[in-house]
Design a protein around this ligand. Structure first.
Ligand SMILES: [Zn+2]
Length: 79
């Protein structure tokens, strides 16, 4: 049995309703008896509009101080 999501147009109440396929969609809000609409789940999330971007290559302020690995290769060529 699928779960349908409804949204009330009056009070914006979201609720889920377990229904059979043969069941008729709900019409009234259990809260305020207002008009409800069945919400269809989008198959993919679409980010509409501008203003959203990925800032991944932004080095933050907290620069991890790398501990200098003193690789002092004693290349003391004693001649
Ligand atoms: Zn309502």
């Amino acid at each position: 049995m699928p779960t349908y999501v409804y949204k009330c147009e009056e009070c914006n109440y979201h609720f889920e309703q377990l229904q059979k396929f043969s069941d008729k969609p709900l019409k009234s809000c259990p809260r305020c008896k207002g008009k409800v609409k069945r919400v269809i789940h989008p198959t993919g999330i679409v980010f509409k509009g501008s203003g959203w971007y990925i800032n991944d290559s932004r080095s933050g302020g907290s620069s991890s101080s790398e501990s200098k690995s003193s690789d002092t290769k004693s290349s003391s060529s004693s001649d």
